[in-house]
Design a protein around this ligand. Structure first.
Ligand code: GDP
Length: 608
């Protein structure tokens, strides 16, 4: 076993790490990828870069050539066989490269536009990377846009920087400092790569330009350095198959196919495989293992090459019967000779069921719908952090039945009659049904935007309820009457506010001794105006000069000299309902003194 362990640790047994590119839209992710794919003209063709399905493979030799400018003495040794970079940048791919809660993406490049700093999707990506504990470096892209930048194509960054004017160097320094600060605000220590002493503690920032190619050699070298330093253990080649479905696509001549990233093990034509589908596990046999044909092979009619077997790490298209309904982000398992097919089916279904079971126990909450397992998981994680409860979970396009399901919330908890849909289409009939029934459907392809829509929706609902409850909310006050100007209909009195604050709209009462010796609450009606020096004011606070208040009542108003005397203290007439209303909608607006007064008034009015 010791021998085997040693052998496994040897270079031959390392597999290629898988790398994802993440970042905000327009930071240059696609352009960077294009630039690294490009062969380096001066150095001659960087051999062996291969286009796979959903990924590009860079063999060690190609990376060696591409990093030569920043590794002149060849001291930096490449120990991994190569690097597999996922072709579709963005967190969609990243979150679908998942297996049992961990990521199959070994390493990531987070692209930040040096002119823009951290943007919403940057933060979203950072959260994903943190949650999945994926090591990453940051490409501070578009350095060629620093004013006055003089380029040297495909140069190492430090050398290029040294050639710049003072002004450019200063602007770079400023932007670098700003970026470091922004990262630290997000809880990451970041340092420009050539000053980073510990890749375990600091995220490396590598300035790049996808246009001039500057800094890209540094970026590639760093990616390998980080992999080799931090994760050789997890890059040991395993015989067990580890694979996930990145995309599900219909292809002419092949029917429904799945694009799979094989991160460990070997897949063979004819293998019996299990993946998760919307209606449960799909078990089928691999009919064809396809990779793209390179130029020379285009004489063969298909754009694909058939492979007898493929070895990790590898992106491959699988054609097999019965793949309709397969879900992106699902694991792919191979049924071995000793495996029980049903066990494996349960295992892949568990990935979906686990997400479906993450609904609030109260049965109250929003409905969420996402396109893939990965994005659904990311969305649920996000909503959990935001403390937004979820009652229903779905995968794929939104149909009427999903909206109807969501509609059950209209009775239970109308605020939650909301669908948060991530990267999915909404069926026309479903949309119409939602509009008719006042069910909100929010769609977005950025998770943050769903949160913003939902927050706005909740604020609107709260505002609406607050408006509706305005008459119910009663702020506490105690008034001494100093003059009676009009005895009734309406009552107009001069008062001093001796406690609390008097507001327009407040219901007023006196508490008198009844004939039988008990308490009698005499309701005077609501304050319809407050005046001082013939000017209307909305509020009179404790201790402020006397005001004249008009109190009106719909029904038969009591009269001074009969049911009331000038010497009666007046109070705002609170109730259980008014207290609850303050607690629900006005908590922030009620001061501690006011709560104390409410407690006094509670006992005065015998409220429990
Ligand atoms: P993505 O949305 O992150 O994939 O961004 P793209 O790669 O599509 O780039 C967005 C825009 O930024 C395009 O117009 C690119 O030409 C431009 N761009 C990308 N990288 C750079 C760069 O390094 N320098 C400059 N000046 N422009 C860039």
């Amino acid at each position: 076993a010791h021998q085997a362990a040693l052998a496994a640790r040897s270079k031959d047994n390392l597999r290629s790490p898988i790398c994802c590119i993440l970042g905000h839209v327009d930071t240059g992710k696609t352009k960077l990828l294009d630039k690294i794919r490009q062969t380096n003209v001066q150095e001659g063709e960087a051999g062996g870069i291969t286009q796979q399905i959903g990924a590009t493979y860079f063999p060690g030799e190609a990376i060696k050539q591409k990093t030569a400018v920043v590794n002149p003495d060849g001291k930096f040794e490449i120990k991994v066989p190569g690097l597999l970079i996922i072709d579709t940048p963005g967190h969609e791919s990243f979150s679908n490269l998942r297996s049992r809660g961990s990521s199959l993406c070994n390493i990531a490049i987070l692209v930040v536009d040096i002119m823009h700093g951290l943007e919403p999707q940057t933060l979203e990506s950072m959260k994903l990377l943190r949650d999945r504990k994926t090591p990453f470096i940051v490409a501070l892209n578009k350095i060629d846009r620093l004013y006055g930048w003089k380029k040297v194509d495909n140069n190492g960054f430090q050398e290029s920087l040294a050639l710049q004017s003072r002004g450019v160097q200063n602007e770079f320094k400023n932007r670098l400092e700003q970026t470091k600060l922004a990262f630290s605000e997000q809880g990451f220590n970041a340092e420009v790569f050539y000053e980073n002493k510990s890749m375990a503690r600091y995220v490396s920032l590598v300035p790049t330009s996808a246009h001039t190619g500057e800094g890209i050699p540094d970026m590639l070298k760093l990616i390998l350095q980080l992999t080799q330093e931090r994760m050789v253990g997890s890059l040991m080649y395993l015989s067990e198959v580890q694979a996930t479905v990145l995309e599900v696509k219909a292809i002419e001549g092949f029917g429904m196919t799945i694009d799979v990233i094989l991160s460990n093990g070997i897949l063979r034509e004819g293998d019996r495989i299990v993946v998760c589908g919307v209606e449960g596990a799909i078990t089928t046999n691999i009919r064809a293992l396809l990779t793209p044909a390179v130029m020379k092979e285009l004489r063969v009619k298909s754009q694909y090459v058939h492979n007898k077997e493929v070895k990790a790490a590898m992106g491959v298209k699988i054609s097999a019967p019965g793949l309709e309904g397969a879900i992106a982000g699902s694991r792919l398992l191979v049924v071995g000779p000793d495996d029980d097919e049903e066990d494996l089916e349960e295992e892949v279904e568990a990935d979906l069921n686990k997400l479906f079971s993450r609904v609030s126990t109260s049965g109250r909450g929003v409905s969420v719908q996402a396109s893939t397992l990965g994005s659904l998981e990311a969305l649920l994680d996000f909503l959990k952090d935001c403390k937004i409860p979820v009652a229903n979970v779905g995968i794929g396009p939104v149909f009427k039945r999903d909206v109807m399901q969501c509609g059950t919330m209209l009775e239970k908890s109308p605020d939650y009659a909301v669908m948060l849909c991530f990267d999915v289409k909404v069926d026309k009939e479903a949309q119409a049904y939602a509009e008719e029934n006042n069910i909100k459907i929010f769609t977005a392809d950025i998770i943050y935007h769903l949160f913003d829509s939902f927050t706005k929706h909740m604020e609107e609902q709260l505002e609406k309820k607050k408006e509706e409850s305005k008459l119910l909310a009663v702020f506490p006050c105690v008034l001494n009457t100093v003059a009676v100007f009009n005895k009734t209909n309406p009552i107009v009195v001069g008062v001093d506010v001796v406690d609390g604050n008097l507001r327009v709209g407040t219901p007023i009462a006196a508490v008198r001794q009844s004939a039988t010796g008990g308490k009698e609450v005499v309701s005077l009606g609501r304050v319809s105006s407050i005046e001082r020096d013939h000017k209307q004011i909305p509020i009179c606070k404790k201790g402020q000069p006397s005001v004249a208040v008009k109190i009106e009542m719909g029904g038969h108003q009591p009269t001074y000299g009969r049911q009331l005397e000038e010497s009666d203290t007046l109070y705002s007439l609170i109730s259980r309902a008014s207290i609850d209303c303050l607690k629900e909608f006005y908590r922030k607006e009620v001061t501690n003194d006011e709560w104390a007064l409410i407690i006094k008034l509670k006992s005065l009015f015998d409220i429990n």
